[in-house]
Design a protein around this ligand. Structure first.
Ligand SMILES: [Cu+2]
Length: 389
């Protein structure tokens, strides 16, 4: 056997007929070569096919976005990996600002007497703070975000007068109503108001929000709130305290420190918020805890306004004694559960009775939400200090 200047790799050498091997081995080697070539060609076809499918899906998604929101189609290949996060931005005096901030009143407002309850809702462009020192140009309500808690009794007629003091059309969509949305939830032009009524037949805690396109943007900008339809008397067990929390997330185009940040649609589509909050301000009930006495039953009425991310409601250091899932106050509650999901656009009612004094954080246990501000404290009894979780 002579040596050659080129020695093929071992794997190829193994396929080559060796001196003295049978002709059958040579035929098998040829067939194997053909098979490899065919498989390679098929793989190429499959790659081309999936590439085409992906491009088609991108184009369809862009068209759907444009059709849904009346906006120009996004480029088919958005560079989502390059989004800048402003999560956790804080000025040097953040603690002082948090202490000075007046929190949204979480305590349930009183019912109105009579068979009809009247509410004026003013939709307005406002500059608000969503975290200590973080300014935001919101589309919200005369008092900021969330809108006022609307508290009615089951069976009452809810009489609503929305007025648009904003710069563009808005509307109000009530999840507690069974009405034709094209009639009742219509757009109202700037400077105009309208009026509608519905009967609150379904007990629970429900979201209300602006339903004008693009809805994602109108909700993310602050146009949401909670309506509580309390069941008829003596249906629910007694609660000593009632607190209303509206969870939501914020998508910022800038850090909001020197000038108000504005909404960023690319982050909203990517579901990559900068801040997540209860009642629209990061950690406001950490600096200003909600309170209860030991042994009291505290009822949390929780709405998740989203626009896109669920809330996994949990109270650290205890167990929820009762949980009515997705506002289903007509059915039996879950008993003694740890964490209950509140879907975007949904609500839940949670009872907790804590006997031992202490600071009990309430959170969305999807913990990125806590880091982004969706956390507060329930202070039971006379305890000093604070904690963050
Ligand atoms: Cu709106």
């Amino acid at each position: 056997m002579t040596t050659t200047p080129y020695a093929p790799p071992a794997a190829v050498r193994a396929q080559q007929p060796q001196p003295g091997s049978s002709p059958l081995v040579g035929v098998a080697a040829v067939l194997l070569g053909v098979l490899v070539a065919v498989l390679g060609f098929l793989a190429l076809l499959m790659w081309a096919d999936s590439h085409d499918a992906r491009n088609a899906a991108d184009r369809a998604a862009a068209r759907a976005t444009a059709a849904t929101h009346g906006m120009p189609a996004a480029p088919a290949t958005a560079q989502l990996g390059e989004l800048t996060s402003y999560a956790g931005t804080a000025p040097s005096n953040a603690a002082e600002l948090a202490a000075r901030h007046v929190p949204y009143p979480a305590a349930m407002p009183a019912l109105q007497a009579g068979t009809v309850a009247h509410f004026d809702l003013v939709l307005k462009d406002v500059r608000m703070q969503i975290a200590p020192g973080i300014k935001y140009s919101a589309w919200a309500w005369a008092g900021g975000a969330p809108g006022p808690v609307i508290h009615v009794r089951q069976g009452q007629t809810v009489d609503i007068t929305p007025r648009n003091d904003g710069a563009i059309p808005h509307s109000v969509d009530f999840h507690a109503a069974r009405v034709a949305p094209n009639v009742y939830f219509k757009d109202v032009n700037p400077g105009h108001s309208y009026h509608f009524r519905f009967k609150a037949n379904d007990p629970g805690v429900f979201m209300y929000h602006c339903g004008t396109k693009p809805v994602l943007m109108h909700i993310a900008n602050g146009m949401y709130g909670a309506i509580v339809v309390e069941p008829r008397r003596a249906v629910l067990p007694h609660a000593d305290r009632n607190y209303v929390l509206v969870a939501s997330e914020w998508y910022l185009g800038s850090d909001g420190l020197s000038k108000p940040a504005q909404f960023n649609m690319t982050k909203a589509h990517a579901r990559q918020p900068d801040w997540m909050t209860f009642n629209a301000y990061a950690g406001e009930y950490v600096a200003h805890p909600l309170t209860a006495k030991p042994g009291e039953t505290v009822r949390f009425w929780v709405v998740d306004a989203g626009p896109s991310i669920d809330t996994d409601f949990h109270i650290v250091g205890t167990i929820l004694n009762r949980a009515w899932v997705d506002a289903g106050l007509g059915s039996k509650p879950l008993a003694n559960v740890q964490t209950v999901g509140v879907p975007a656009g949904g609500g839940g009612v949670f009872d907790v009775k804590i006997d031992k004094p202490g600071l009990y954080p309430f959170v969305s246990h999807a913990f990125a939400a806590v880091d982004q501000g969706q956390v507060g404290l329930l202070k039971v009894g006379h305890v000093s200090g604070t904690m963050s979780h």
